[in-house]
Ligand binder design. Structure first.
Ligand SMILES: Cc1cc2nc3c(=O)[nH]c(=O)nc-3n(C[C@H](O)[C@H](O)[C@H](O)COP(=O)(O)OP(=O)(O)OC[C@H]3O[C@@H](n4cnc5c(N)ncnc54)[C@H](O)[C@@H]3O)c2cc1C
Length: 692
């Protein structure tokens, strides 16, 4: 109620022109009557670091979103358990890309009692808007706000190390991420097997990729051969591409680089594409939205929010529960009769293991932690990384991206600029000069940033959304190594569980990485040099971001590229490997020599996949949950459970106010049709050209 009152007060003081355009549609002028009371919770978009200072318009947007039942989804919310029981069968720590899947799959079994413990709180409404995807980074209510230990990279971050945004919220990092869906390449999983992950080959993993994926474009954009429509996680292109995306695709085409329709089709491993992402009905879908809504009809699944797990309780070499710190700062314990599953992510799982006495003997001794098992926890820390280049489009002078028109389009139809991540939906996965083309394993990726509909002062039509640069529109691009050879480590800073661990990624410690990154920058130069970008847009390197490398000689020279990579290091958020299969856990994901303790998250991936990792991590979670069921379920129950899980998700898809409210036939949208059509034509032309 408070919100609505505030909203009407704000409306009264707003300018008349805005009000007229606002009321032109009756549908957006009144809130819907949802079947459950609206709840005001989680972080707000209003004072996010990205939108700082443009309060009025953002408040209005947020209030309106709260009045839309499918966006606010007030029914069947995940609420924190007030009185947790002293013991559960399974305790899952962390509700991100992996934990939400594991908890959901385990709770499909009626007689498993499952507790999911999450350090963060509920999902903020604003996070559902794809164009606000950077809005919550570094917001302490939803982000761990980690940084690496400062070193000779990320030099533009004033000696503070590289920023690592990381979700501390229901859904974990799937609430902060760019939503791109990639499964990696077959050769990546051959590398896993070589590193000790027996049984994790591409073919063996495929059914588990399929279990998760609910692809909406099979037949219209992608083939059933490489995708599945039956999983709970919706996958499809955003239903909107701004003109800038078309122009960028045209520039890439002009540069002669390959364009592909499906990044997950093994026959086209390299090329640029408009990515398929985790979205539906114009909204981000986190793993918590896709998998945990089942909770409302599963009394056997409990969730504890704002509860920070400090360690696993070990009785000799058996895990028997966890200790956690509740909202009031009190230490509590809860027991697990069957297993504790760590899904706290590659940055936090090693910290929990170390604090529990599982880790390198020398580290544990340094902190006076009794050694339960000497294992290389925190070692083998890997991440994708590269360089960010900043550009100006000097022939454009309007940065307007979010105004009342855009907002009305979103509220009425869930489309338009707010329903996508603008340039970020375009990406390219390519071969460097070091790549193994025979094994079809590309090793670099290009990302783009810009044209976001994320902020506005008042929303007045035609008004610039931020301090408008006098000399053009700013965009940027990342040139990242996907299979870097530098390997770092994570260790403790202290024995205080609330003290962030120390991250030493050791970027650039292997000379091959710089070669890959420079090759990626050279691809960017090919796009930069196109007629479209040079003549139509007047693209230039932004001098503000090249000045630190001015003394290296010519722009785009080897020395210049090396300098740019160290100054504007692009530390991606694809950290893995800190409790890897073959090092810390066995191929069943059980911690070596400890009973009842499994790790199921990005930590177990022994080597990188050559693409965005969320798809792979959800696959790992599906397989991990299946292994647990295999171990603890009766044979007959296992068979009936399969049917039950399918029925459960069917039911959810037609639920009253879940994420699957509206079945959107995305291919009927003209924008998507156009860009799909365009991609298809471009892809055919590219194939013809490569044959000739
Ligand atoms: C900005 C950004 C952009 C990205 N873009 C993409 C993309 O486009 N596509 C893609 O595939 N991947 C992307 N990723 C990577 C992807 O999101 C992560 O790899 C993935 O979410 C990791 O899954 P996880 O389950 O291991 O960890 P997370 O998803 O991070 O989940 C870990 C959970 O555990 C909780 N937790 C941690 N410690 C504790 C504790 N002590 N007690 C209780 N709970 C705890 C956390 O709060 C969190 O909810 C991106 C990531 C970021 C941050």
């Amino acid at each position: 109620m408070t919100n609505l009152r505030l909203f009407f007060q704000i409306l009264q003081i707003s300018n008349k022109k805005i009000l007229n355009s606002f009321h032109s549609s009756r549908m957006i002028s009144s809130p819907e009557i949802c079947q459950c009371p609206l709840v005001d919770e989680g972080a707000s978009i209003v004072n996010s670091p990205v939108c700082n200072g443009i309060i009025l318009f953002m408040m209005l947007i947020e209030s309106y979103m709260k009045g839309r039942c499918d966006i606010a989804s007030p029914c069947n919310r995940i609420v924190s358990e007030k009185n947790p029981e002293p013991e559960y069968d399974f305790i899952v720590v962390g509700s991100g890309a992996s934990g939400a899947v594991v908890a959901s799959r385990l709770s499909e079994v009626d007689n498993f009692k499952v507790l999911l413990i999450e350090a963060g709180g509920p999902e903020p409404i604003g996070s559902r808007i794809p164009s606000f995807y950077r809005t919550f980074w570094f917001n302490e209510l939803v982000d761990w706000r980690y940084r690496t230990v400062p070193s000779n990279y990320c030099l533009d971050q004033e000696g503070q190390g590289c920023m690592y945004p990381r979700g501390k919220v229901l859904g974990g990092s799937t609430l902060l991420n760019g939503m791109m869906y990639h499964r990696g390449h077959k050769a990546d999983y051959e590398d896993w097997e070589k590193a000790g992950a027996q049984g994790w080959s591409w073919d063996e993993n495929l059914p588990y990729f399929d279990m998760t994926e609910g692809n909406k474009q099979i037949g219209s954009l992608v083939s059933y051969k490489y995708h599945s429509a039956s999983g709970p996680m919706p996958v499809q292109m955003f239903n909107y591409q701004p003109r800038a995306v078309d122009e960028l695709v045209n520039a890439i085409y002009e540069s002669g680089l390959p364009i592909i329709t499906d990044m997950n089709d093994p026959s086209t491993p390299d090329g640029f594409s408009i990515a398929q992402t985790f979205n539906e009905n114009g909204q981000r879908i986190t793993t918590s939205r896709a998998f945990l809504r089942a909770k409302w009809e599963r009394p056997n699944l409990s969730v504890l929010l704002h509860s920070h797990v400090s360690k696993v309780i070990l009785d000799g070499k058996r895990a028997v529960g966890v200790e956690y710190i509740d909202t009031k700062g009190n230490k509590k314990t809860v027991r697990a009769s069957k297993e504790v599953i760590l899904s706290a992510g590659a940055l936090n799982t090693p910290q929990i293991l170390l604090l529990s006495g599982v880790g390198p003997r020398e580290t544990l001794r340094k902190f006076n932690i009794p050694v339960v098992e000497d294992l290389p926890v925190g070692k083998n820390f890997r991440n994708h990384y590269g360089a960010t280049l900043y550009f100006m489009l000097t022939k454009l002078n309007n940065t307007q991206a979010l105004d009342w028109n855009v907002f009305s389009e979103y509220i009425l139809r869930r489309t338009g600029p707010m329903s996508s991540t603008a340039l970020t939906q375009v990406t390219g996965i390519l071969y460097s000069s070091l790549a193994d083309k025979k094994r079809r394993q590309p090793d670099i990726q290009i990302f783009f940033n810009g044209f976001y509909a994320e902020c506005s002062k008042t929303g007045r039509i035609g008004e610039p959304s931020g301090p408008c640069p006098t000399n053009g529109v700013n965009v940027s691009a990342n040139a990242a190594a996907l299979l870097p050879r530098s390997v770092g480590y994570i260790t403790l800073n202290s024995t205080d569980p609330l003290d962030p661990p120390l991250f030493y990624p050791e970027y650039f410690s292997h000379p091959h990485d710089m070669i890959m990154i420079k090759d990626a920058i050279k691809y960017l130069k090919m796009i930069f040099d196109t007629d479209i970008l040079q003549n139509k847009y007047g693209i230039k390197l932004d001098p503000e971001y090249t000045k630190q490398c001015a003394n290296t000689g010519q722009e785009w020279s080897d020395k210049w590229m090396e300098c740019m990579a160290r100054v504007h290091t692009d530390a991606q958020n694809h950290q893995i490997g800190t409790a890897a299969i073959g090092h810390v856990v066995d191929p069943d994901l059980m911690v070596y020599n400890i009973k009842g303790l499994r790790v199921i998250d990005a930590s177990v991936m022994p080597t990188q996949t050559s693409g965005n990792p969320q798809g792979t991590i959800m696959m790992v979670a599906e397989r991990g949950a299946a292994k647990i069921k295999e171990k603890w379920m009766e044979k007959n129950a296992r068979i009936s459970n399969l049917g039950q899980s399918k029925a459960m998700y069917q039911k959810l898809r037609v639920g009253p106010y879940g994420p699957y409210d509206t079945e959107v036939t995305i291919t009927s949208d003209t924008n998507v049709k156009k860009s799909v059509h365009k991609l298809e034509i471009l892809s055919k032309m590219t194939k013809m050209r490569s044959r000739s």
